[in-house]
Write a protein of this length. Sequence first.
Length: 168
Amino acid sequence: MAVENKYVSANLEAEKHETAAFTHGDKTLYGVAIAEIAAADDDGSVYRLFKNVPADYIPAKIEIACDAITGGTDFDLGFYKQTVGGVAGDVVDADKLADGIDLSSAVAFASAIDGLQTLNIDEAQERIYTLAGDTLNDHELGYDIALTGNTVGTAAGTVTVKAWFVQG
């Protein structure tokens, strides 16, 4: 097999323009959200972590840490239409980023849960609107990134989420 020495981007190899996020980085958006889960919260509760994340941004990394939330064995991380005028936006894809997260044991950031665990390898450069199944024209507003509690549990606890997005 031959030794390769080439750009991995076909556009760069052909000396064409390539999106900065795919070659050397571009504007980044970093956020930290802290959700307080109450013992009385019901299954199906939605904890909107990040409001109006631009549709053309690319999720680069999401880390989740938490207290032990007894019985909190099934949480999802995904996209919702943003809340406008006090009306909560509908779900777009509740588990696109992570599905079945178990928060029943405490997790420190040193061993954080991967909030992008359900993305395929070939989706690493996909913009949020593509991951959400939209086109940019279909969704000019950004998306809310939310944690959905399918099995919230019976104890209170804190969930902290750190997220990095790169402008696409």
